[in-house]
Design a protein around this ligand. Sequence first.
Ligand code: GAP
Length: 457
Amino acid sequence: MKDMNEIINYCKQYGFIFPGSEIYGGLSNSFDYGTLGRELKNNIKEAWTKKFINEEINNYSLDSAIIMNPEVWVASGHVASFADPLIDCKSCKSRHRADKLIEDFTKGEETGDGWSNEKLEAYIKENNIVCPKCGKSDFTPIRKFNLLFETHIGVTEDAKSKAYLRGETAQGIFVNFVNVQRSMRAKVPFGIGQIGKAFRNEITPGNFIFRTREFEQMELEFFCKPGTDLEWFEYYKNQCLNFLYNTIGLSKENLRYRDHAKEELAFYSKATTDIEYKFPMGFGELWGIADRTDYDLSVHMNHSGEDLRYLDPETNEKYLPYVIEPSVGVDRLLLATLCESLTTEKLENEDRLILKIKPYLAPYKIAVLPLIKKVHADKAVEVYKELSKSFVCTYDETANIGKRYRREDAIGTPWCITVDDETLNNNTVTIRDRDTMEQVTLKLDEVKDYIAKKLEY
Ligand code: GAP
């Protein structure tokens, strides 16, 4: 696996991810997705939608607002307690998350999740954990730091106009539970999933796009009958891991479950498991799967005064469903995908950089390359125009063909189509496979079906 600096440089050089607002000196931990990054991100989101919404007969999608009535965040508990334990180094004045200090010190063996301030402070003291900046162990007591980003609606900036950028996409789902259930005539058990931006004023963002203040989540809230929840919890634990192995292509040895111990669980949660991925800096949370009981629906029902109970049409029973929530960050999953797939292969005479990504995730599916620009470019453009109606393609007429193949390997393009004299004379093209570097010759009118078949998943 490449190290993080190699991944960061690669992302910038090849147009996946740029530092945000770079010409103004940047903005710490903000990133912009370039052409290839945007394509990869979209493909990951599409794969998630296919697996967790389209292929699940009982699941529905949603796209809710980022700025919601602030009461949503009061009810959910985010205003009162969506906070990180902040600790300052008295010596060098740097700020840290107390739980992160412990996580780094124990190399991920202890996460400090769910610990009280007293327990965190005691652990830091007993183990003589030092400030990663100055090496001293002289910290202030822990204070809670709320992560919600505040904003104001309208022209006045008083308490009445205060609103929040959503700290997770999940709340948009809970407040629409009845809308979706009724409009889709959904029967419990069923799920509502959505993909969208979330914002957190993280104290210690870092490790490139692993932890940022603005990121995207893919969240599913699966509503089921109390008593069946642990079965569904297991089902989604498996579905998520299978998706990471089979659909995204992460390897088994880089993935592990981490079940939350009892004292780590949120007070309303019956069970929580993280799927962790071995990033270059070590194992880190990729996907959280939680049994949230009926906590969210009940707090929204109490706070809004609206009846959110489900009426079972078969038994006439009215109840609040329990919720299983698998929640994953798009950016974090994209980072894992790049870490897993970017490799250097030793060939006889050279090294080749290759993004060995699943073809359906690749930013470009096909590169159309005229063998000799002067002779074959017109026909190649024609081929590009036709194929780009069906696939995301790229066209390259610069440099020699070998160099163009190498560039396509580096950005993960699974197939290079070379347009040469045979194309002009016989309407055939050669298709080069990224992984095997083998070439097949096909009639032009067979190409679309050939590629489409290979892209099925
Ligand atoms: N609704 C539950 C929830 O939001 P979470 O564990 O806070 O749970 C879920 O977030 C996932 O979102 C994480 O597993 C991670 O993949 C991603 N995530 C959370 N905070 C992030 C951040 N600051 N930057 C990037 N991704 C983040």
